[in-house]
Design a protein around this ligand. Structure first.
Ligand SMILES: O=C(CSCCNC(=O)c1cc(-c2ccc(F)cc2)cc(O)c1O)c1ccc(O)c(O)c1
Ligand SMILES: [Mg+2]
Length: 214
C-alpha cells in the first residue's frame, strides 16, 4: 500500500541517520526533503535561526505547538541543558506516531514529552497535568490561525515567564498576520523579525521572536 510522506521521512531517518545522534537525524531529514520531496519542517535555513534563539534563551522548559515529524522537536531538544524538558503538542495522530519514532531514533525520549490533542484544549491543562510552572520558550509552528488565540491562552494561564520568548515560524508564508499585528503592537512584547526563506525554497518567510515583558 502507498506510504505517506511522514512515513517516507521516517524511512530516510532510519536509513541515513545514526541512532542516538540528533544532529544526524536533522541532517537526514533536510537531505531527504531538499532532494526527494518538500515537507513542512522548519528546515535548515530557519533552523539555524531557531538554534541561535534556543542557545541564547538556554531554556529549562520549552513548549512546541505543532510537532509534525519531530524535526524541530529534535533540533531544539539537542541543544537543551541536561535536565531541561520540551513538551510538544500535536493534533494529528498520524503525525504523532511518526514523530515518536523520529524522537526515539534521536535518543531524546527523556527530554521530550509528545502530547496528542488540540493546543486549545491542552494548554489550559499543562500546569496541573504536567507540573509545568512556566515556559522559557514557546515555538509556534501549528495552524497559523491558532497562533494568536493560543498566545492569549498561554498568557491567561500564566504559562509564560517574564522574559520568556515566543518564536513563531511561517509569519510570512503561509503567514500569521493577526498574530504579527498583535505581538508587534502590544506593549507587553518586544518583537524582532528574522528574515529567511520557506524551508527548502527561495520563497520569503521568516521567524518572529517576541520577548514577553510581563
Ligand atoms: O501541527 C498541527 C497540524 S497543522 C501543521 C502546521 N504547519 C503548517 O501548516 C505549515 C505549512 C507550510 C506551508 C505549506 C504549503 C505551502 F505552499 C507553503 C507553506 C509551511 C510550514 O512551515 C508549516 O508549519 C496542529 C494543528 C492544530 C493544533 O492544535 C496543533 O497543536 C497542531
Ligand atoms: Mg512551519
Amino acid at each position: 500500500t502507498q506510504s505517506t510522506r511522514p512515513q517516507r521521512i521516517l524511512g530516510a531517518v532510519q536509513q541515513n541517520a545514526t541512532r542516538g545522534d540528533p544532529r544526524s537525524v536533522v541532517r537526514a531529514i533536510d537531505q531527504y526533503c531538499r532532494s526527494q520531496e518538500w515537507a513542512m519542517n522548519v528546515g535548515d535555513e530557519k533552523g539555524c535561526i531557531l538554534d541561535s534563539v534556543v542557545s541564547e534563551v538556554n531554556p529549562s522548559t520549552v513548549l512546541e505547538l505543532g510537532t509534525y515529524c519531530g524535526y524541530s522537536t529534535v533540533r531544539i531538544a539537542s541543544l537543551l541543558p541536561p535536565h531541561a524538558k520540551l513538551i510538544t503538542l500535536e493534533f494529528n495522530p498520524k503525525f504523532a506516531v511518526i514523530a515518536r519514532q523520529v524522537i526515539a531514533w534521536a535518543g531524546l525520549e527523556d527530554k521530550i514529552q509528545l502530547v496528542e490533542g488540540s493546543s486549545g484544549d491542552l494548554i489550559p491543562k499543562l500546569k496541573e497535568q504536567f507540573g509545568v510552572k512556566a515556559f522559557d520558550l514557546v515555538f509556534l509552528d501549528h495552524w497559523k490561525d491558532r497562533y494568536l488565540p493560543d498566545t492569549k491562552l498561554i498568557e491567561e494561564c500564566g504559562l509564560l515567564r517574564k522574559g520568556g520568548v515566543l518564536l513563531a515560524d511561517n509569519v510570512i508564508c503561509p503567514g500569521a498576520p493577526e498574530y504579527l499585528e498583535f505581538v508587534r503592537s502590544s506593549p507587553r512584547y518586544e518583537s524582532q523579525y528574522f528574515k529567511s526563506h520557506l524551508e527548502y525554497t527561495k520563497v520569503e518567510d521568516g521567524l518572529e521572536k517576541s520577548v514577553f515583558l510581563g
